[in-house]
Design a protein around this ligand. Structure first.
Ligand SMILES: [Ca+2]
Ligand SMILES: [Ca+2]
Length: 95
């Protein structure tokens, strides 16, 4: 699987830990490993984890998934890739 490097020179250890945590969350949600989180995968992850994934994504209710996906999907392909995921999670729910 292709890894996207988003490490920046000025990152602290805490930054690296946060990026790694978001990466791990992405990998956990991307069940089929295609490097994108689909709406189906996101909903399944939310269901499976009760409220844990939701709170880490800044999602209050499962029905907010559509709006969350829409705002995170920068290139509009209907799925959230790793960079889009990082950008969105950093914005809504800094760990
Ligand atoms: Ca996927
Ligand atoms: Ca996208």
């Amino acid at each position: 699987m292709r890894r996207v490097s988003i490490k920046k020179p000025q990152m602290t250890d805490a930054d690296v830990a946060r990026v790694n945590a978001i990466d791990a969350l992405f990998d956990a949600i991307d069940k089929n490993g295609d490097g994108k989180v689909s709406k189906r995968e996101l909903k399944a992850a939310l269901k499976a984890s009760d409220h844990e994934v939701a709170s880490r994504l800044g999602l209050k209710r499962v029905k907010d998934v559509d709006a969350w996906m829409k705002s995170a999907d920068v290139d509009g392909d209907g799925a959230i890739d790793r960079l889009e995921f990082h950008a969105k999670v950093e914005r809504v729910a800094p760990l």
